[in-house]
Ligand binder design. Structure first.
Ligand code: CVU
Ligand code: MN
Length: 597
């Protein structure tokens, strides 16, 4: 099996986690008695996080522990300076004792922060936690509170499971915030077919995500193709790999509209070049500098991108579906690697939804239209068959030509179940299964100038989370989340429904987990409340992690099916209405405003 390629393709080192051991500064016995247990707690926390977290690009997560315990403002300041030098992107303060809040807290407004107040009673760690949070709340520095449910003995540096869960949730979301900061979203083209999600709102990217916006016209693809501004050796390798692994499926076009065999050969050559060029535009390619194209070699430092495609490109040139699908997947002709976050139709709100999902799960994403709600009655009417099992209450048809990653076939497995795994856990055999489960069909009528779309059906039984960021007038960004499962329909049922849609595109039959109330009253209501034509789908039930991340970015969550006990936001959110969690989220996000404004 080839070793997965682990590279940081973007500028800057990966953010580290700063650990702040805070202590009662009284010397003459008290501080001395606490030095060891306090530092040991910090070291245990650092060890735990480094052992259990990885960056989405596969690099290990590093923790930086303060040089000394922090008993006063000078030690707090020198720790902040050390963290700045080391590239710390989020901080976790730990303490088993009482300390002096205003003299020791982390006051960096951009730094996601949490405090673990050890639940021990020999020294009042929880008292510091409460007082320090009060300080943060008064100073407008929302902070996550971690307090174990069961009392531990002083000196016990084990980390209880409930504390572990909150440390991981906070840390992974905080790493996402720090990782995307300063990176670009690259628009290749502009607004596609009047889709509002394609309007690039620079205020959203700058003020909420700390990201930059880059733009390139789609003619840049023509320039690079016609002038050969791509790595020729890699192109030959990519084309050969594609011919070997991307088998053509049924051409459902009527004979008079079918591309000739010669045209299809040309189309494959074009779409493979498009994939190389899109990647180079996103992250650069030193090979281009060797060819004398120094500026092109730089790329746009894009951690996410979108390709307009329709219709200015696709009415005249082969569709970008192959480019989008293969770059969004965890593998290509160079082997197994981190997937690119590349949205079709340049729907940048969906690209960000994919990006957040990828940063939290490390996995590839499925970009899809939220196309059709099929009620059991409608399915029975058109197929004569009853929906059963998890699908019995209806299904949502997720389908879009383009960047549904081939990981979305569900041909990777975790404990024998279908999964979309971090690329470094995917085997060569699983890569081949994903490739073999997809047919590359000649683009249909929507795309009059050729290209190939991916036809596959996601395996059933995968826990999935649908997400979408929408921009709302006078509110700004809101996030919606639906945890659920992929389901497999009997082939004869699938075929009838699929053929009514676009059978040359990738299908995921999705069933949200219902709560019986509100937007999750039934499957129909979930779809009826979806705020856009698109969604981004991650592997696993990651609603809690998305909710934590959204609160760090001050993006309210308008819809989710996450149990209230799993919601983890800064402690101050409860001050906006402890008995009205959703309303409190909106009020808190509005009060604190975007993280970078
Ligand atoms: C090919 C079609 O135009 C699709 O791109 C269209 O139905 C969409 O996906 C709209 O989001
Ligand atoms: Mn679409």
């Amino acid at each position: 099996m080839s070793t997965p390629m682990i590279v940081n393709r973007l500028e800057g080192d990966m953010p580290k986690i700063g650990i702040r051991p805070v202590i009662d500064g009284r010397r003459g016995g008290i501080r001395e008695s606490l030095e060891e247990p306090t530092m040991n707690l910090a070291l245990a926390c650092a060890r735990f996080l480094s052992e259990n977290l990885r960056h989405a690009n596969g690099l290990p997560v590093e923790c930086v522990v303060a040089d000394t315990t922090i008993g006063g403002v000078r030690e707090a300041a020198s720790t902040a300076e050390k963290f700045r030098r080391e590239g710390v992107g989020l901080t976790i303060t730990v303490t088993p004792s009482w300390c002096y809040p205003l003299e020791t807290i982390d006051t960096d407004p951009w730094m996601p922060k949490a405090i673990w107040g050890f639940n021990g009673t020999e020294r009042p760690g929880a008292v510091y936690l409460a007082a320090a949070l009060a300080a943060h709340n008064q100073k407008g520095l929302p902070t996550f509170s971690i307090y174990g449910r069961d009392v531990q003995d002083i000196g016990d540096d084990s980390i209880p499971e409930d504390v572990q869960a909150k440390l991981l949730n906070f840390a992974k979301a905080g790493l996402a915030v720090a990782t995307i900061r300063g990176k670009s979203y690259l628009s290749m083209g502009t607004v596609s077919m009047g889709i509002a999600g394609c309007i690039v709102d620079e205020g959203f990217f700058q003020n909420y995500l700390g990201m930059r916006n880059e733009y390139v016209d789609m003619t840049e693809f023509i320039r690079r193709m016609e002038r050969g501004i791509y790595d020729k050796e890699e192109y030959e390798r990519a084309l050969a790999w594609t011919k070997e692994n991307c088998k053509e499926g049924e051409d459902i076009n009527p004979p008079e509209r079918r591309r000739t065999a010669e045209q299809k050969v040309e189309d494959w050559e074009t779409v493979v070049k498009m994939a190389l060029i899109a990647r180079d535009l996103m992250v650069g390619n030193p090979k281009l500098a060797e060819m004398g194209y120094g500026e092109e070699a730089e790329g746009r430092n894009a951690i996410a991108a979108g390709f307009q495609g329709q219709r200015a490109w696709t009415d005249h040139l082969p569709t970008g579906d192959f480019m989008e699908a293969i770059l969004s997947s965890s593998f290509d002709w160079n082997g197994i690697r981190e997937p690119y976050m590349l949205a079709t139709e340049n729907d940048n709100l969906n690209a960000v939804s994919m990006l957040l999902g990828h940063q939290l799960t490390n996995g590839a994403q499925i970009f899809a239209d939220v196309r059709t709600y099929w009620s059991p009655e409608a399915v029975e009417r058109v197929t004569g068959k009853k929906l059963e099992g998890r699908a019995a209450c209806g299904v949502i048809h997720l389908i879009n030509s383009g960047p549904a990653s081939l990981d979305g076939t569900g041909q990777q497995s975790l404990n024998g179940q279908p999964a979309m795994k971090p690329f470094w856990e995917i085997s060569e055999e699983e890569v081949q299964k994903c490739l073999d489960a997809a047919a590359w069909c000649s683009a249909k009528d929507f795309f009059p100038s050729g290209g190939f779309s991916t036809d596959f059906t996601t395996r059933g039984g995968m826990p999935l989370t649908m997400a979408r960021i929408n921009l709302i007038h006078e509110i700004g960004p809101v996030l919606q989340i639906a945890e659920g499962y992929s389901v497999e329909l009997p082939e004869d049922v699938h075929d009838v429904l699929d053929r009514r849609s676009d059978p040359t595109w990738p299908t995921t039959w999705f069933v949200p987990r219902l709560t019986g109330t509100g937007a999750f009253k039934d499957v129909y209501t979930v779809m009826n409340n979806w705020g856009s034509n698109h969604c981004a789908v991650s592997y696993g039930h990651v609603g809690p992690q998305l909710i934590t991340l959204a609160s760090m970015l001050r993006i309210p969550v308008n819809m989710h099916n996450v149990p209230e006990e799993d919601i983890f936001r800064p402690s101050v959110w409860s001050a906006f209405g402890a008995n009205d969690v959703t309303g409190a989220d909106y009020r808190a996000c509005a009060a604190f405003g975007p993280l970078y404004k």
